[in-house]
Design a protein around this ligand. Structure first.
Ligand code: HEM
Length: 480
């Protein structure tokens, strides 16, 4: 039986096709409230796109902890054998909603875990490092990647201008210009929490950790020419790939690992362990396996489950805390603030964002609130309302002992901190000849798009600082 069409409050409507008019050719009546509801609703269909990472797709799945890492964290989701429902959203960064999936860009790797202790979000990328190390530069950095003010075009001159003026970008730009800058699809890329986080075990012992999701599908990349062709043929190439594979039962999975640094080792480690432009070499801190993360269910409704998904690095559960990474500190503020603007004050009540554990919060009211706490409406109270406990809160894991002057300053350097050492190692020791060749060609191709001579000179210098041969090769390609 066909269901009758109704309006938004369930009243059956008379026609899907014809407005209410005075005679067949006559004007439309204001009385046609269904016509008005339908068009008014349509005018309000869009929420603002994400200011970054606007284009993306995602799926549902689960994390299964196969190993025992309880000596490092008491977080319930990481205890042996625990299985936790999860949501993923993959994205590109600088393009708008609708831009081609295969443009060169880092890829967002946002994961939500619906744990028994509230939602835990790991909002990372497919690269372990980032372009900058202080959140005060984030809007500037993004402005250099997005469209210009005058002609509304993206502009490689301003991109290289910013990157070469901020040498700490070199490590991430090396990843970006290499194969990882255009994955073959979202299934064949790794994910990284990127920041350093604090873990605390049941005995109160603390550790610094970094997260790695290693793809079980194997790493894949697209050569620039293929990516350019696909951008024209199918701008939704990655969304299609993920949806199709999950639908066919080919569920992508990743093995989750952590690197664990004993708490006291951070102070004298050869790199600043909180600097987001650095990795911890695996020779120093090997990967420790945690479990298996699988995506096995497509969204039934993209807007409700993916567009309205709200990931936030500040969603940390007991046993997990932030570190003094300045970028992470900035992000703890940025995301919930963005969600209140983009989706609305009560975004956590939407099914995709609501935890699957009880909410006993004192927050109330506001636009579109439908699940409101009753009395008592304040704390403390003597009427049996919830009360907070430092013993169980994730803030117990944020006591990393800070006592210093209030100043504006770059990080203090550790023994081997510089901007070019790690990207140089990546180029010389990690990449093979073919990868180095593609890296050089990608840089040359990218910088060949209307980059001014003074900026180009800095581009050569920047790459010579990373690796002399690479810089010379780039410079040779532009010899006049
Ligand atoms: C999205 C801010 C650095 C990964 C966003 C959004 C904002 C933002 C405002 C949009 C949120 C929304 O409307 O839903 C910042 C700031 C940063 C920063 C201020 C630095 C200070 C990073 C870093 C990473 C990252 C270092 C990865 C390691 C992501 C991802 C998304 C995102 C994956 C998309 C989440 C989703 O799929 O909904 N960021 N970001 N961001 N950011 Fe950042």
């Amino acid at each position: 039986m066909t269901l009758p069409t109704t309006n938004n409050v369930g009243i059956p409507v008379a026609s899907d096709n014809d407005s209410l008019t005075v005679g067949a050719n006559g004007p439309i009546l204001l009385q046609d409230h269904y016509l008005i509801e339908k068009n008014a609703q349509f005018n309000r269909e869009r929420v603002p796109e994400r200011v970054v990472h606007a284009k993306g797709g995602g799926a549902h799945g689960f994390l299964e902890v196969t190993e025992d890492v309880s000596q490092f964290t008491k977080a319930a989701l990481f205890q042996p054998g625990v299985r936790t429902e999860s949501l993923a959203r993959f994205s590109s960064v600088a393009g708008e909603n609708g831009s081609p999936d295969t443009w060169r860009d880092p890829r967002g790797f946002a994961v939500k875990f619906y744990t028994s202790e509230g939602n835990y979000d790991l909002v990372g990328n497919n690269t372990p490092v980032f372009f900058i190390r202080d959140p005060i530069k984030f809007p500037d950095f993004i402005h250099s990647q997005k469209r210009r003010a005058d002609n509304h075009l993206r502009d490689h001159d301003i991109q290289w201008d910013f990157w070469t003026l901020r040498p700490e970008s070199a490590h991430q730009v090396t990843w970006l210009m290499g194969d990882r800058g255009i994955p073959s699809n979202w299934r064949e890329m790794d994910g990284f929490g990127s920041h350093t986080y604090l873990w605390e075990n049941a005995g109160g012992e603390k550790f610094w950790v970094k997260y790695h999701f290693k793809t079980d599908q194997g790493i894949g990349y697209l050569p620039q020419a293929d990516a350019d062709r696909i951008a024209g043929e199918d701008s939704d190439y990655y969304i299609r790939d993920l949806f199709k594979n999950i639908k066919q039962g080919n569920h992508p999975s990743w093995t989750l690992y952590v690197q664990v640094m004993p708490y006291a080792e951070a102070a004298d480690y050869r790199f600043n362990p909180f600097d987001l432009t650095k990795v911890w070499p695996k020779g120093d801190y090997p990967l420790i396996k945690v479990g298996r993360w699988v995506l096995d269910r497509n969204p039934a409704n993209y807007f409700a489950e993916i567009e309205q998904a709200a990931f936030e690095p500040s969603n940390l559960v007991p046993g997990i805390g932030p570190s003094p990474d300045k970028m992470l500190q900035g992000r703890l503020f940025a995301y919930p603030d963005a969600h209140r603007y983009r989706i609305g004050a009560n975004y956590t009540q939407l099914p995709v964002n609501a935890p699957k554990s009880p909410v006993n919060s004192y927050s109330r009211d506001g636009a579109m609130r439908y699940n409101n706490p009753g009395d008592p409406v304040y704390a403390p109270n003597s009427y049996g309302g919830p009360h907070a406990s430092a013993e169980i809160a994730s803030e117990t894991a944020s006591g990393y002992g800070v006592e210093d002057e209030v100043i504006r300053s770059a990080y203090k350097l550790h023994a081997e901190d510089d901007d070019f050492g790690q990207p140089g190692t990546l180029v010389r020791d990690v990449m093979d000849d073919a990868q180095r060749e593609r890296l050089a060609n990608n840089i040359i191709g990218h910088a060949s798009n209307d980059v001014s001579r003074p900026v180009l000179e800095r581009v050569f210098e920047y790459w010579r600082n990373v690796d002399k041969d690479l810089g010379d090769k780039v410079a040779d390609a532009f010899r006049e």
